[in-house]
Design a binder for this molecule. Structure first.
Ligand SMILES: Cc1ncc(COP(=O)(O)O)c(C=O)c1O
Length: 476
């Protein structure tokens, strides 16, 4: 695009923008089982209007916009209360789980810089199931991620393995409630004890679970404690824009006390411009996401959330039972809430994903690791629950189609990858392999099975290079 000489009309602009969505997957029909958390039309409208009514207000300066301070402190307090923090607990709103996690890591790093200047190469101990946002934080903030394997039967980290990974450079322990991949909760209370014993900060990633699990607890579901009631937990991230059903761009990062939170805040007066005080990564910060979150919390209230979450849990149970009853599919572990994954020992799940895709469904492929098989992931949300039976029917049919079709030759693909690895110019060889897999230039791939096979066969580091190159070409 180039900026047009003469501006277009509102009608032309909005109509053109709508056409851009033409190839998007149909989340409104409830066929996308990740990425979107749809509260339904009425709550979405309230959220949208609230969002638009604050789109221009700027959280950069609460002295000019006290409304921003009010919105942020209201939403944060509501989430802290849900997570059973006391009046000492504090927090901020960020743009999403990744920013909340990055801030938790920065806070730990900067606290250690002051309190433990002898630590020159800080480390954080992460279960292998921790979200990639921690790796990104490690990469941006020069904190070394020390990865801990999980129990391959439960997909939870073992507390003793976390403790063994602690060194004199450790500044932070991390666990998930729940992890994204298999939806299970790490042993938070036990890790909390370890954190206290070693006098370490302990972050619980409740990005997906903070709100949903808290309401499940209120509904009487049998769940382990994972929130501020657990001694040793020092910070929690919880996304409003996931299972809070708020508009995108809103998450909370919360700390047990101000003594810890202070290391998150950045101030700068060393320039010729205005005094800058930023508690989060962004400086200019639209009020839209905060107002959207404030609106949905108040629109649904406790009773609304409980009703929705009960329905989602009932649908999840039907889905899990239904998938386990399909010959060849098996749900992994015992998911704590409404996110789970399933494997197959009979068919290639990536091919199953493609078959489902042809019918308009999106189910996310997850790669294998030494401790987890390749699998497909489902996050159930309120906007998808009416489709449980339809999804099961298509899964049953597609499993049969894949059983009858020619299986992808994983061995041959591994051999191709192996040959590329041996090549004198592996990057060029992988470029060619990527092109043959449909991953090149500015085209988006349509079938993922072959691509996933190639990526699954690659060592992690090369896979990352491969994906970076792909995106470097995709966005022109
Ligand atoms: C457990 C967990 N933590 C963190 C994140 C990152 O959140 P975001 O995509 O909002 O940055 C996700 C995203 O799915 C997640 O599942």
């Amino acid at each position: 695009m180039q900026i047009p000489q003469q501006g277009l009309s509102k009608e032309e602009i909005l109509a053109t923008l709508q056409t851009f969505k033409g190839r998007d997957m149909d989340w409104k029909a409830g066929k996308v089982w990740c990425y979107v958390y749809n509260p339904g039309e009425d709550p979405a409208e309230v959220t949208r209007e609230a969002y638009f009514s604050f789109i221009t207000e700027n959280g950069l300066d609460p002295s000019v916009f006290p409304s921003m301070l009010k919105l942020e402190t209201d939403v944060v307090r509501a989430v802290i209360t849900l997570l059973r923090g006391d009046s000492n607990a504090v927090g901020h709103l960020t743009t999403g789980g990744t920013e909340s996690i990055m801030l938790a890591v920065k806070t730990a790093r900067d606290k250690a810089r002051i309190e433990h200047p002898e630590i020159k190469e800080p480390e954080m101990v992460l279960p292998k199931t921790a979200h990639a946002a921690f790796h990104k934080a490690a990469h941006y903030l020069s904190v070394k991620p020390v990865l801990v394997d999980i129990d391959p039967a439960t997909f939870k980290v073992r507390t003793e393995d976390m403790e063994k990974a602690i060194t004199e450079n450790t500044i932070l322990l991390v666990a998930s409630a729940p992890s994204y991949s298999q939806g299970v909760i790490d042993p938070i209370a036990d890790i909390g004890r370890v954190a206290l014993k070693h006098n370490l900060l302990f972050h619980v990633d409740g990005c997906v679970g903070g709100i949903h699990l808290s309401f499940m607890r209120k509904l009487g579901y049998d769940l382990p404690d994972f929130d501020f009631t657990v001694p040793g937990v020092t910070s929690i991230s919880t996304d409003l824009h996931k299972y809070g059903y708020a508009a995108k761009g809103c998450s909370a990062i919360m700390y047990r006390s101000k003594d810890i939170r202070k290391y998150q805040i950045f101030a700068c007066t060393d320039t010729t411009a205005y005094t800058l005080i930023n508690p989060t990564v962004l400086s200019t910060k639209s009020g839209g996401p905060m107002a959207g979150a404030w609106a949905i919390l108040n629109f649904w209230g406790e009773e609304g959330y409980k009703r929705i979450i009960k329905e989602v849990q009932e649908a999840t149970k039907k889905l899990i039972d239904g998938i386990n009853s399909i010959d060849g599919l098996q749900v992994l572990g015992k998911p704590a809430m409404c996110m789970f994954s399933f494997k197959s020992d009979v068919i290639n799940v990536y091919q199953l994903g493609d078959e489902m895709n042809k019918r308009g469904w999106y189910i996310q492929g997850q790669f294998s690791t030494p401790l987890t098989p390749r699998n497909l992931h489902i996050s159930v949300n309120h906007g998808t629950i009416h489709n449980v039976e339809a999804l099961l029917k298509d899964l049953r049919e597609c499993v049969e189609i894949v059983k009858q079709s020619t299986p992808l030759d994983s061995e041959a693909i591994r051999a191709l990858v192996g040959a590329a690895l041996q090549s004198p110019d592996p990057e060029a060889a992988f470029g060619q392999l990527a092109a043959s897999a449909g991953l090149s230039g500015t085209n988006l791939p349509t079938e993922m099975a072959f691509i996933n096979e190639v990526l699954d066969a690659l060592p992690d580091e090369l896979c990352n290079v491969f994906l970076v190159n792909f995106f470097n070409d995709l966005y022109v």
